[in-house]
Design a protein around this ligand. Structure first.
Ligand code: FES
Ligand code: FES
Length: 182
C-alpha cells in the first residue's frame, strides 16, 4: 500500500461508531405539553421513545405488533398505536399519554372519572389505551350508541373482558365531554 494514501485515508468505522451514528436522529416530541428533544435510532418506536426515553410508563406494551391497542396514544389529537409508529414519524408533533389527561385545577378527565365510576377495569393493563381510544372515539363522533362504541373500540382488547363496564363508562364519558363543550 502507498504509505501516503494510508496516512490520509479515513479510519475504518467500527461497530461502536456505527451504533453511535444510528443514535444521531434528533426527534422533537411535545409530550403532554412538555418539549423533549431525543437522540434516537431511527428504528425506535414511539412506544419505546415514550416509555424508555421520556420515562412515562403509563402507556403499555401488550402485543407489540398492532393487535391489542394497549399502546394507544393521541398524536396531534388522533389515536395511533405507538408500537406501530416510528418515533421519527412523530417528529414535531404533540403526543398525549394517560399521564397528560388530568390537569391541576380541573382534576381527572371526564373519561377517566367515568372509568372509575363504572369500575371499567380489573387488572387495568389495557386501561390507559382504552381511555385514550375512548376520548378519540368521542371526538371522531363514533360514540353515539353502544353499538357504535363497540365497533369503534374494537381495536382495544381487554383480557379481563370488562367490556360491558367499558361501554357504559364511555357512554357516560361521552356525555360529560359533550356537556363540557357546551
Ligand atoms: S402493544 Fe401496540 S397494539 Fe398491542
Ligand atoms: S382490565 Fe385487565 S386487560 Fe383490561
Amino acid at each position: 500500500m502507498n504509505p501516503r494514501s494510508a496516512a490520509t485515508a479515513a479510519p475504518a468505522q467500527t461497530p461502536a461508531d456505527a451504533g453511535r451514528d444510528r443514535l444521531n436522529n434528533e426527534v422533537t416530541l411535545t409530550v403532554n405539553r412538555q418539549l423533549h428533544t431525543l437522540r434516537l435510532d431511527p428504528r425506535t418506536t414511539l412506544l419505546t421513545a415514550i416509555r424508555d426515553h421520556v420515562g412515562l410508563t403509563g402507556t403499555k406494551k401488550g402485543c407489540g405488533h398492532g393487535q391489542c391497542g394497549a399502546c394507544t396514544v393521541l398524536l396531534d389529537g388522533r389515536r395511533v398505536l405507538a408500537c406501530m409508529t416510528f418515533a421519527v414519524m412523530a417528529d414535531g408533533q404533540h403526543v398525549t399519554t394517560i399521564e397528560g389527561l388530568a390537569t391541576v385545577g380541573r382534576g381527572l378527565h371526564p373519561m377517566q372519572q367515568a372509568f372509575i365510576d363504572h369500575d371499567a377495569f380489573q387488572c387495568g393493563y389495557c386501561t390507559p389505551g382504552q381511555i385514550l381510544s375512548a376520548i378519540a372515539c368521542v371526538q371522531e363522533g363514533h360514540a353515539g350508541s353502544a353499538d357504535s362504541i363497540r365497533e369503534y373500540m374494537s381495536g382495544n382488547l381487554c383480557r379481563c373482558a370488562a367490556y360491558p363496564n367499558i361501554v357504559a363508562a364511555i357512554e357516560q364519558g361521552a356525555a360529560a365531554m359533550r356537556e363540557s363543550q357546551t
